[in-house]
Design a protein around this ligand. Structure first.
Ligand SMILES: [Zn+2]
Length: 468
């Protein structure tokens, strides 16, 4: 049975500030909302083709910026070698993901033909390169050439609240702000995918990437990704593993619960383990995952081959909820053979090595405690627009009258990077608030910083009881 879908895309909504955000010379400005592609069903190849056909221009702009960046930073040959190494891991996890990328390349072919790099590498290799971006750029697994231009101040803010303890109603809310450089991540699309034999999912993502930092399926399983510990190089925490852009697609399609998703992200699937002779999933570096469904939530702190899981209550939560930013907190870790060890995940980067992340963590922890019992979709959207901080005594701090706000260069839930007043360089490339109920899933999103969005957030409802 095909489940119904209802999209609420208000023509009067949008982000008018998108026109100020950075683009490469010769590239078009961003649209005022992520392009909504509707519902896309079929094989992975077919889903990829339809994405490419409907958003070939977005696929091309993203591919061109990231291919040029990789060649310039790491060299053409090393990047080509890296593509093969990551691709082998993706194929071991789910060959359907390779077909998805081939489909995107086919569907976007006419646009990719017009790229100045069209004769340089194949369209498929360009799409594959898009899908290794966060891994190869931010969790670079080789010592040379190491271009030390990692944006150390970029991180994400997220939380999940479960049930009618933290929330006003019996539902789960999972939300995320993706803090990153805007160019080219704001060439974004959103859609509901229905892969053959798998769960339907919603995601918002830069053109050609498998998924952005949040995906949710029709079972209510939400996956959120933040950059994790910042000492990954010192701790050899990076590897040519499975890039998370694609990992998210296969986990959303296959996992019917948070527990199943956690198992796939930590141990991998039986087919992956058989193919690679590993006992766990090889990831690409230090990433934090926030996984939730209608009854539970968990944060998985990871390196390429270690992980630990924290739960509500471990860090002073007063109910069934979790906040996640960009540092590690666990005092132990499981190794590649899933054995518990005394090596703490905090060695990969903790509150002391990443004080900005710690500050943003405290802001949302205070917010959730203060609003405990009252949270709903609208309040969650307000919190993701937050420009306030708290001091050590818990006093809420706002910017003084007449001063540039804390959000300009500060550690807040909705930061603004780049010069005042437009801050064109970075901040939230998108914000999402996903609500999972027995009746189905509601996904709300913005393009760009949520504080700049005008009108109701773009929204889809999908799941068994939405009659459209
Ligand atoms: Zn803001």
């Amino acid at each position: 049975m095909v489940e119904p879908l209802e999209a609420r895309i208000d023509p009067h909504s949008g982000n008018p500030a998108m026109r100020h955000y950075d683009v490469s010379p010769g590239h078009p400005p961003y649209e005022s909302r992520a392009r909504f592609l509707g519902e896309i069903s079929g094989s992975w190849r077919s889903i990829g083709q339809q994405v490419g056909q409907q958003a070939g221009d977005l696929v091309r702009w993203v591919a061109d910026v990231w291919w040029a960046e990789h060649v310039s930073k790491y060299g053409r040959q090393d990047t080509m070698n890296a593509l093969s190494l990551y691709e082998a891991q993706v194929a071991a996890l789910d060959p359907g993901l390779i077909e998805f990328m081939e489909g995107v390349a086919e569907g976007a072919g006419e646009q990719l033909d017009q790229s100045p790099f069209a004769g340089d590498i194949s369209h498929y290799q360009k799409v594959l390169n898009t899908n290794i971006f966060d891994a190869w750029s931010y969790r670079h697994p080789t010592a040379t050439p190491w271009a030390d231009t990692e944006p150390g101040d970029m991180g994400c803010s997220s939380f999940a609240t479960v049930g009618d303890g933290p929330n006003a109603a019996a539902e789960t809310i999972a939300t995320h702000n993706r803090h990153c450089p805007f160019n080219p991540k704001c060439y974004q699309l959103a859609y509901v995918g229905r892969p053959e034999g798998g769960n339907a999912y919603w995601t918002i993502t830069p053109g050609g990437a498998g998924a952005g930092c949040q995906i949710v399926n029709d079972k209510g399983v939400s996956l959120i990704l933040n950059a994790g510990g910042n000492l990954h190089r010192e701790m050899n925490g990076d590897a040519f593993g499975v890039p998370w852009f694609l990992l998210f697609l296969t986990v959303a399609a296959q996992a019917d619960s948070a527990a199943e998703a956690i198992d796939m992200i930590t141990r991998g699937t039986p087919a992956y383990r058989a193919q690679t002779k590993r006992n766990s999933l090889l990831r690409t570096g230090t990433w934090n995952f926030l996984v939730s469904d209608r009854t539970e939530c968990a944060v998985i702190e990871t390196s390429c081959d270690r992980y630990a899981i924290r739960r509500p209550g471990d860090l002073g939560e007063i109910g069934n909820y979790l906040v996640m930013t960009n540092h590690c907190t666990c005092d132990h870790s499981f190794n590649a053979d899933n054995e518990r060890t005394d090596l703490p995940m905090t060695r990969f980067g903790d509150a002391a090595s990443n004080p900005g992340s710690a500050r943003r963590f405290e802001i949302l922890m205070q917010d959730l405690a203060r609003h405990h019992g009252r949270l709903d979709s609208g309040l969650a959207q307000q919190l993701m627009c937050g420009h306030h901080q708290y001091d050590e005594t818990g006093t809420r701090l706002e910017s003084p009258d007449g001063a540039a706000g804390f959000q300009f260069g500060g550690d807040v839930t909705c930061p603004h990077r780049g010069e005042y007043p437009h801050a064109p360089e970075g901040g939230s490339a998108d914000a999402k608030v996903v609500v999972s109920r027995q009746s189905g899933v509601e996904a709300n999103w913005t393009l760009g910083r949520p504080c700049e969005w005008v009108g109701p957030w773009d929204q889809v409802l999908f799941g068994k009881e939405f009659a459209g």
